[in-house]
Design a protein around this ligand. Structure first.
Ligand SMILES: *Cc1c(COP(=O)(O)O)cnc(C)c1O
Length: 387
């Protein structure tokens, strides 16, 4: 169906941070399949793990025990300091699980119409509940009636949450991205999540972090929340968890980990051996290759490079980022930059109308990062000079 405004290019092969199209033209990939290909393209150990699993067993269903899923669950729980994991196949599904968990948590407490606090400019997916949770009219328009049970507040605004806490007895959880991705790389101070943690504790609400885009090393630590000193009650993952093999996860801790009972939730494909093999190989590579630290270093290098080359350029509002989640905000719509970059062999993204977004593979090296800077800065300057 006509659901995508696709660019006129088809990639046929990739290696590391590079992609080749049908004509054999080479591109430097600074988007990584929208934060999915953290290991870059054709990572040998990932390919090997997928091949071996495909030759052994791809799927049995969750009617039976799945040792690979148990291993992955234990590994994720250990890395995140969480207790239990539910596996699904996408970010939207992971957030659906979190939303259902929060509602059931509320009902168990005798709250018949539980509500979840969500943020303006957030993105949580395209299913009915997750598009309702999403803070974008563009995503919601035409799909009314929306799902009830959500209360929206501005991002990075503690006062409005305290105000709601004073009178709304139906609130059971806060769902929030540690860094807003689709919203334009919005980065709150660490005190934001710390305050949210404190508010949730004092009201008995669940703090639910959507780390679908920020998770698995993207912001310079395995999970973005680890830079704030707090732990959430619920965390969702997807995008780079399987490096391109679809898998999502909803992790929970403490009381939140005990909410679901057999029959409350499920998925046919979720946590199948193939997807779990890909995720286990992904986590192993991120740890062995020290990719969290690399994301922090390379991200800083790109931000510094762009800041240097764009300093004093009229029309550049600012360069910001956390690890390899980088935004360059301009003072005007800049969607056209995507095609201009593509023509030069550089893959970038634009989100929130006027923010150039970079989500490079975590395996990007210094010289490749320098190439991104050296290609992108002049493109932005020319674009701004012409308009
Ligand atoms: C991409 C994204 C989603 C949705 O993930 P899908 O796999 O496309 O369903 C949800 N939340 C955030 C923060 C995302 O970036």
């Amino acid at each position: 169906m006509n659901t995508y405004a696709r660019l006129p290019v088809a990639f046929t092969r990739g290696e590391g941070v590079w992609l080749w199209d049908e004509q054999g033209k080479r591109y430097l990939d600074a988007v990584a399949g929208v934060a999915v290909n953290g290991l870059g393209h054709a990572h040998p150990k990932l390919a090997q793990a997928i091949c071996e699993q495909a030759k052994t067993l791809i799927h049995t269903s969750n009617l039976y025990q799945i040792p690979k899923q148990e291993r992955l669950g234990a590994k994720l729980a250990q890395l995140a300091g969480m207790d239990k994991v539910f596996f699904c196949n996408s970010g939207a599904e992971a957030n659906e699980a979190a939303i259902k968990l929060a509602r059931l948590y509320g009902h168990n407490k005798g709250i018949d119409t539980p509500a979840i606090i969500v943020m303006e400019k957030s993105f949580h997916g395209r299913t009915m509940a997750t598009l309702t949770a999403t803070g974008s009219r563009k995503v919601q328009a035409g799909f009314e009636p929306l799902v009830s049970g959500f209360v929206r507040v501005p991002y990075n605004d503690i006062a409005s949450i305290n105000q709601i806490a004073g009178h709304n007895k139906n609130i059971v959880a806060i769902l929030v991205e540690p860094v807003q991705g689709e919203g334009g790389i919005q980065i709150p101070p660490p005190s934001y999540l710390q305050e949210l943690r404190r508010i949730c504790d004092s009201h008995g609400w669940l703090l639910m972090l959507d780390e679908v885009q920020t998770g698995i090393g993207r912001t310079g630590s395995m999970f973005a929340f680890q830079q704030t000193g707090i732990t959430p009650d619920v965390m969702t993952l997807a995008k780079s968890l399987g490096s391109g093999v679809p898998i999502g996860a909803c992790l929970a801790k403490g009381i939140a980990a005990e909410v679901f009972k057999p029959g409350n939730h499920g998925s046919t494909f979720g946590g199948n051996p193939l997807a779990c093999a890909a995720a286990l190989a992904t986590l192993a590579a991120v740890e062995e290759q020290n990719l969290c630290q690399q994301a922090a270093e390379i991200g800083a290098l790109i931000r510094d490079g762009l800041n240097n080359q764009l300093a004093g350029t009229a029309g550049v509002v600012g360069v910001r980022g956390a690890g390899l989640m980088i935004g360059v905000e301009l003072d005007r719509p800049c969607g056209d930059l995507v095609k201009l970059a593509l023509a030069q062999g550089l893959i970038i993204n634009v989100t929130a109308v006027s923010v150039v977004r970079l989500l490079p593979p975590l395996v990007m090296k210094r010289d490749e990062a320098q190439q991104v800077v050296d290609m992108l800065a002049p493109l932005i300057k020319d674009f701004l000079a012409q308009k």
